[in-house]
Design a protein around this ligand. Structure first.
Ligand SMILES: Cc1cc2nc3c(=O)[nH]c(=O)nc-3n(C[C@H](O)[C@H](O)[C@H](O)COP(=O)(O)OP(=O)(O)OC[C@H]3O[C@@H](n4cnc5c(N)ncnc54)[C@H](O)[C@@H]3O)c2cc1C
Length: 796
């Protein structure tokens, strides 16, 4: 049951039927394309910063190449290529990086000269253009026609498409949507439902109690009058420095763009009716873009403006698509929030059909997965200001480490104000304000992100060294925490985990939870706090995801309960070689190595507070994660600070955590490890216990071990000063063989570090090149962690 007859809904219907499902019904309240699809500009670009999202978009192009022949419906597909301009040295670096990335994804993108770019797009002035990139397989398509073609393809294979059929409510029974109610009184029973309602996605989600962060903002483009001797076959053009894009449109041009002050649409609900409707053009707001466009294409002045189109463009709380299965229900899917649904529609429909019929898409799409959102993302208060900010940044060049400025301060640790007073500079993650670094006396507590050495570099280095040589406090309250308990808890966690979870009470177990392909769905710790209770700790942004994975993969016979503990406990990480000296002063309990061994937990006192102390951490030093009932957090922090004064105890933020964990070889879920890679490939085979009995993914892991892996996660040291941040190309003999998944500066080893997967045939060599913003740097691959490979510092 597909709700919504825009390009997404029709593409899902097309792909469900292509995969053999014939019992497919699509419901559209008006006529197909009447939402946002009919007035889209129709540009189809493929390259994104994520390999899998790019692959998804490549599938759109593959489909558009054949759709007309297959369905007999003309789609007006122009595979004319796309140009992207760079007008500053930073943009050139970005372009080089994109081009290297594109090539490694198999896209034939090339850097070309401004002269060559002008030959392809003769209407532009190139006075300020430094370089351009050309991707010949991009193009543009007629949005309404391609949607009709997808609908026709779906109908040809048995899908029923009902126009003028509005969904008014949905019956939910337990965790399943069971019946869809239509205006006029009809009721249809449903097995799987997908919400492809674009900017109405929030309203449809509400019908079943699923929170869907889908909204809309105003987006404008102008159509010029006819241009004399309009060149034929011009590519599309993106000019990010001028915030505009172009598409040939008959005898004229279509010019759209992303201004900084767009307006949200439908803040108090989408008006009823809203069918095939445009918004009042905002000439004043578009004037800033028009002025920039005139500079690039002075011909606009002679051609004049034929019309200015203002339409609501679907958007989400983080400007990326909202796809996958809603965590609230077992059979309710979402495919909304598509800012560029014409480009993505073909491939996204395929991914959704796989998600619905096979349980997951063939590509890991975590950056687009609905489970990346938390409650606050779905509120209007958060979404609208953030959407406007993100929209205005669409073409802006953001240096690494840039933070959003709107919708901040939503979730704050009890230590927030204390840490601010101590110079904390905050970043946001999962809505939490988290200290990223602490400005020392005399340093302004403000980020100045840079493509090279950012202003926090030295302060982070000091924090890093404080952890390595003294003792530090890190506020890690933002960790997501939940408890799995009940008579079936042990069996449940044994099934979920690759590690053996049947350890004595008090053991902290680091484990991966794999899918049936052996891919890593979660990377977390579980502490056995009672024979039938496991306390789970995972990343701030992964709570909904990991909780959803656990819920979906345990028995629903009532033998297991899950309790979210995130708000119940603050977390203070006390770490560094002198950490025990500090803890000893403030605890009434024995915190010696004999009393609390590495990877073990104990209930202890800290000051007057009851604390669950987990002897584990992410920085590679002696330390405890102190899980504290929230109201005691400020007290615990105070007593630790006072006790640590004599050792020069430091406040440390998340940027130092990252530099520390990279030296120690610790991975980060969503970049270094994902559902696409297995523990064998990620170097986490030491966590896999094949003798403990069956568990999710075991068969696939056994088979892969017998076959052998085809890639391996490697650690590299860059042999020159550079500031990689992840996403850099890894080269052997001039050919890209992989991409870095994480990168940062190792302040103890004094060199930049990167992780990345390389094909197994290269995984034993040592000499590589890593390309940072277009410059290749010699990089040496190292076996094992760069810091404390024997774990002596953890266990002492
Ligand atoms: C000015 C402008 C230019 C754009 N240019 C481009 C571009 O160049 N390239 C690109 O890729 N994208 C572009 N886009 C974005 C593109 O339009 C969208 O990404 C795409 O149309 C989204 O498709 P959709 O199917 O998700 O949503 P929609 O097309 O809005 O479809 C959702 C459908 O759900 C239906 N519906 C809602 N509620 C109900 C209900 N209760 N019952 C039944 N049906 C319901 C609606 O009537 C609607 O038809 C542009 C958008 C705008 C505004």
């Amino acid at each position: 049951m597909i709700i919504g007859g825009g390009i997404l809904g029709c593409s899902i219907a097309y792909h469900l039927t292509a995969m053999g499902e014939t019992d497919v019904v699509l419901l559209e309240q008006h006529k197909l394309t009447d939402g946002a699809t009919w007035h889209a500009a129709g540009l189809v670009g493929q390259l994104r910063s994520s390999r899998n999202v790019t692959r998804m978009l490549e599938r759109s192009v593959e489909l558009y190449d054949r759709l007309e022949a297959e369905t007999g419906q003309a789609v007006d597909w122009h595979k004319v290529g796309s140009l992207r301009l760079a007008c500053s040295p930073e943009r050139v670096l970005e372009l080089k990086r994109l081009t290297t990335m594109a090539k490694s994804f198999g896209l034939p993108m090339e850097i070309i000269t401004p002269t060559k770019a002008q030959e392809l797009f003769p209407l532009m002035s190139t006075t300020d253009v430094v370089a351009a990139a050309f991707l010949p397989t991009d193009g543009y398509i007629d949005p309404a026609s391609v949607t009709q073609a997808l609908a026709r393809g779906a109908r040809m294979r048995g899908a029923r498409i009902r126009e003028d059929t509005k969904v008014t409510s949905i019956t939910v029974d337990g965790r399943r949507a069971t019946h869809v109610h239509l205006a006029g009184g009809d009721v249809i029973e449903c097995e799987l439902v997908v919400n492809a309602a674009g900017m109405w996605g929030l309203e449809i989600g509400r019908m079943v109690g699923a929170r869907v962060p889908a909204i809309a903002v105003e987006h404008q483009y102008l159509l010029t009058g006819p241009i004399d001797e309009m060149p034929k076959g011009m590519p599309t053009l993106r000019d990010p420095d001028h915030l505009v894009y172009y598409k040939p449109d008959g005898q004229g041009l279509l010019v759209g763009g992303y201004e900084p002050d767009t307006l949200p649409f439908g803040e108090s609900g989408i008006p009823v009716p809203f069918q095939r409707q445009l918004l009042e053009p905002n000439v004043d707001r578009f004037a800033q873009l028009a002025a920039l466009a005139m500079k690039r294409t002075p011909v606009i002045e002679q051609a004049g403006v034929r019309s200015l189109i203002n339409g609501p463009i679907p958007y989400s709380a983080d400007a990326d698509f909202v796809m996958g299965r809603a965590s609230e229900l077992d059979n309710f899917y979402v495919a909304t929030g598509f800012l560029y649904g014409i480009a993505a529609g073909g491939g996204a429909g395929r991914m959704m059909a796989e998600w619905m019929l096979e349980g997951r898409p063939s590509l890991d799409l975590w950056p687009l997965d609905v489970r990346r959102f938390a409650f606050h993302h779905t509120t209007r208060h958060f979404m609208y200001p953030r959407a406007v900010e993100l929209y205005g940044h669409h073409y802006k060049l953001a240096a690494p480490g840039s933070e959003h400025v709107t919708s901040r301060g939503v979730r704050r640790s009890p230590l927030h104000d204390t840490l601010r007073a101590r110079g904390a500079v905050f970043g946001s993650r999962g809505g939490w304000e988290r200290p990223t670094w602490f400005a020392p006396d005399g340093v302004e507590p403000v980020d100045h992100p840079s493509f090279e050495r950012p202003n926090w570099f030295d302060a982070v280095g000091d924090e890093h060294r404080a952890v390595r040589t003294r003792v530090a406090l890190v506020d890690q309250t933002s960790f997501a925490k939940f408890e799995i308990s009940g008579p079936g808890a042990l069996a449940a966690v044994q099934w979920l985990s690759v590690a053996d979870m049947d350890k004595s009470v008090g053991t902290v177990i680091y484990t991966q939870l794999c899918n049936e392909r052996g891919g890593i769905e979660c990377d977390l710790t579980m502490t056995r706090t009672a024979p039938d209770t496991f306390y789970v700790v995972t990343g701030a942004a992964f709570g909904a995801h990991d909780l959803g994975w656990v819920r979906a993969n345990i028995a629903d016979d009532g033998s297991v309960q899950i309790r979210d503990m995130t708000s119940a406990r603050a977390v203070i990480n006390l770490c560094g070689p002198l950490a025990r000296d500090v803890l000893d002063i403030v605890s009434e309990d024995d915190v010696s190595n004999a009393a609390i061994r590495y990877a073990h937990a104990a209930e202890i006192t800290v000051g007057a507070a009851p604390v669950l102390a987990l002897r584990i951490g992410y920085v590679g030093e002696l330390g405890w994660e102190l899980h504290v009932p929230t109201e005691y957090a400020a007290h615990v922090y105070d007593v630790l600070r006072v006790a640590g004064e004599r050792h020069g105890i430091a406040d440390v933020g998340y940027r130092a955590i990252d530099t520390l964990r990279m030296e120690k070889g610790y991975v980060y879920w969503s970049t270094d490890v994902t559902p696409d890679v297995t523990p064998w490939e990620a170097g986490l085979g030491w966590r896999v216990n094949l003798t403990k009995g069956n568990f999710c993914g075991r068969d696939a892991l056994v088979a892969q071990r017998e076959r052998g892996v085809t890639q391996r996660l490697c650690t590299f040291i860059l042999e020159a000063t550079a500031y990689p941040v992840g996403g850099e190309a890894i080269l052997v003999d001039g050919n890209v063989v992989g991409f870095t998944t994480s990168a940062n500066y190792g302040h103890t080893i004094g060199k930049p570090i990167a992780y990345g997967y390389v094909p197994i045939e290269h995984a034993t060599r040592t000499d590589f090149v890593i390309e940072v913003y277009g410059y290749g740097h010699r990089a040496t691959r190292h076996d094992g962690p760069l810091y404390d490979p024997t774990n002596a510092r953890l266990k002492g």
